[in-house]
Design a protein around this ligand. Structure first.
Ligand SMILES: [Zn+2]
Ligand SMILES: [Zn+2]
Length: 134
């Protein structure tokens, strides 16, 4: 069923299910998402009104809210993997795309906060590719 999704963290101690549809998929390049991810951008799916069910490890999930902003991130306390977070302010469940075990069902909607993007992002398309560690 397309409105049912599953995910888990890297160490496997946390797993979840989502019932609902992803309406948007944003790659956020803001400075907060760079710090948070340790990379160029966050990749979050937005599911208004979706239902999140923790299959296991809910007690091992911590949620960090950056003071004075809407920036919120849930993560596994053991491995640090980004996990879904329910954001009442926007009435949506926010799901990190990389945490899904089921296929990400929609294409990226937009790259946002490009004004804050890391300077090296624009050169990524021109870098050599390898199927695995060269
Ligand atoms: Zn974990
Ligand atoms: Zn961001």
């Amino acid at each position: 069923m397309s409105d049912f999704h599953e995910g888990s963290c890297l160490c496997g101690s946390v797993a979840y299910e989502v019932a609902g549809s992803f309406k948007a998929f944003y790659l956020c390049h803001c400075s907060r998402c760079q710090k948070d991810s340790g990379s160029a951008h966050a990749a979050n799916l937005f599911a208004p009104g979706a239902r999140l069910t923790w299959i296991k490890g809910a007690e091992g999930v911590t949620t960090y809210r950056h003071e004075g902003t809407l920036h919120t991130r849930s993560f596994c306390q053991s491995c640090g993997s980004a996990m879904p977070v329910e954001m009442s302010e926007i009435n949506a469940l926010v799901v990190p795309a990389g945490s899904l075990n089921t296929k990400v069902p929609i294409a990226a909607t937009a790259r946002i906060y490009m004004a804050d993007a890391a300077h090296w992002v624009s050169a990524i398309q021109a870098t050599p590719e390898f199927p695995a560690l060269p």
